[in-house]
Write a protein that binds this ligand. Structure first.
Ligand SMILES: CC(C)(COP(=O)(O)OP(=O)(O)OC[C@H]1O[C@@H](n2cnc3c(N)ncnc32)[C@H](O)[C@@H]1OP(=O)(O)O)[C@@H](O)C(=O)NCCC(=O)NCCS
Length: 234
């Protein structure tokens, strides 16, 4: 079982990526005032379209992508999915100028990437993010290693709630324990998977700390860095 992961740096990739978007997406990109937000928006939407286009064999702008929530009636805050290929599960994360997408057909996937050099308030983050078991792990670390471990816990939790589509509004950080290879959850919300959610830390480079959640244990991961979004091949 393979999970394919593509990593794109938005700064050089944006120019070419625009040609993959729909007119509505281009118009929305034009409304985004902050340059980095616009860049990652363009590249994120483009990489989703490139993946769908390769899989379905249709032009990128014609790939149907739904963001309808599986857990409520809302039509924009759900886990994105291809309307014509629900069996191809994918998950996207962006941080700084990095856009990453993971995809697989034989497991559900959730991905989160955090930049390890982001400024954080370690004590406050430990308080809002961690469980007692995770704090025992953190107690063995100091300085940079402690920050990295905190980001690792953060990425693992976000990856889990992105696999299920619940997001962090439905499942607060402290309801999840990620100090082992499988996620433990206090009171699973409706729609939480019956099968175990497995965690894999991902060596993506670029100063990132990243985690992949899957419903199959021990996934093989193939990580490809793309200079241009259009270079994505299956
Ligand atoms: C999902 C969530 C944790 C992502 O956080 P974030 O800080 O935006 O993190 P990332 O940059 O790593 O991920 C962004 C990507 O997550 C994906 N995403 C958005 N909502 C998602 C969801 N519910 N489930 C899975 N993935 C989701 C999108 O692909 C998005 O990128 P895009 O907009 O460019 O397509 C956060 O947006 C969240 O908690 N949303 C709330 C979802 C919600 O309201 N749930 C209620 C269910 S009833």
């Amino acid at each position: 079982m393979v999970v394919r992961i593509w990593v794109v740096e938005a700064e050089p990739a944006e120019a070419d990526a625009r040609s993959l978007l729909t007119p509505a997406e281009l118009s929305r990109a034009g409304e985004l005032a902050r340059e980095q937000v616009r860049r990652t928006f363009v590249v994120s939407r483009a990489v989703q379209r490139a993946l769908g286009a390769r899989y379905l064999g249709v032009p990128a702008a014609e790939v149907g992508i739904s963001r309808a929530c599986a857990h409520c009636a809302h039509d924009t805050h759900g886990k994105p999915h291809f309307t014509a290929a629900p069996e191809l599960d994918f998950s996207v994360s962006h941080t700084g100028d990095l856009v990453v997408i993971a995809a697989a057909t034989d497991t559900r996937v959730g991905l989160d990437v955090e930049l390890g050099n982001r400024m954080i308030e370690v004590d406050e983050m430990t308080r809002v993010l961690t469980t007692a078991g995770e704090r025992r792990i953190l107690a063995g670390h100091r300085g940079e290693a402690l920050r990295t471990e905190l980001f690792r816990i953060w990425a693992r939790k976000e990856a889990a709630v992105k696999l299920t589509g619940h997001g962090l509004l439905q499942v607060p950080f402290t309801a999840l324990s990620v100090d082992g290879p499988v996620v433990r959850i206090d009171t699973p919300p409706a729609g939480w998977p019956d099968e175990a959610v497995h965690l894999t830390d991902l060596p993506l480079g670029h100063g990132s700390v990243a985690a992949l959640a899957t419903t199959v244990a021990g996934p093989r991961t193939e990580i490809v860095t793309l200079p241009r979004v259009a270079d994505l091949t299956l």
